[in-house]
Design a protein around this ligand. Sequence first.
Ligand code: PMP
Length: 341
Amino acid sequence: MREKQSVKELEPYVVNPVVCSIKLDANEGNKDLYKDLIKKISSDFYLNTYPDDNYTELKKAIASYAKCDVKNISVGNGSSELLDLCVKAFVDTNELILSLDPTFSMYSLYAQIANSRYIGAGESNDFTIKVDDIIKSIKENNPKLTIICNPNNPTGAVIKKEDVLRIVKSTDNIVIADEAYMEFSNESVVDEIENYDNLIVVKTMSKAFSMAGIRTGYLIAGEDIIKTIEKVRPPYNLNSISAFLATEALKEKDKMLEYVKTLKVERKKVYNSLLDMGVKAYKSGANFVFFKSDIKGLEEKLIKDDILIRKFGGKLNNYYRVTIGSEKENKVFLESMKKLV
Ligand code: PMP
């Protein structure tokens, strides 16, 4: 067997290949939001040279948006790459990574590839997050890395800023706040990185900025952490076209802020409509709503109506996550659901 043991036992992250016109399965944003930026790539955009490995312009734009210093930023090929780099930088073989349960499945995948151990904590029946249980588990298990997805994917649960900071204070080891969806909420700890030398905030252009296609993420932390991340970051990890487009989008953040406002209105509509239908939906601080339904073959039935949502298995059998789409898309989804319940 050529594969190393940890890879042999690995199940790949599966992306649903089904194509539907109404795509509400991957928490992507508004397709028109920054569509015109591509026109800014002109004939004097040279592709023969490597990108500026300091990503100077992009970091300036991030610093201005996130209100931090450029020395506190690393950039990545999606926040996915940065999460992987954190595992590479801070966790050795057999050391422990602690996260929420349930949460974004890539954390455990990176843990497994790195031959580290992984546990979930803070679980509750209604998917709210039990912060005291997380802290208790940190004290008992002393994880080398703790990852807090806030708002949490797939449930949409939000942890208050003060509670995230309680978790950060409960350990000397690294705590990552994965704030991929934080633009849709209001509990960011990004302004605390100077106060806690074990805190990392990971963010992405894929969600509120609606630019999942350019695979751009960034990490904000104290200078010592950035120095460590830079040791394991491959040179030129972000391509020059993505770096340019992300920079331009960040300069036009007002568009994103407007979009987030309308999304929150739509999120409320989808959540309330599901409740009105008698569907158990969970309050969300992200750009999706998590819900439970006992309708047999719900995913397939929605696919027949040309709508794709995300279905979960295992412990989350009968649970689904629907991305908040445009007003029209949400209406079609809700009409379809109404017909099925
Ligand atoms: N974190 C969370 C919580 C996510 O849901 C996702 C994508 N679904 C990511 C990180 C990765 O996003 P990206 O690599 O596109 O930045």
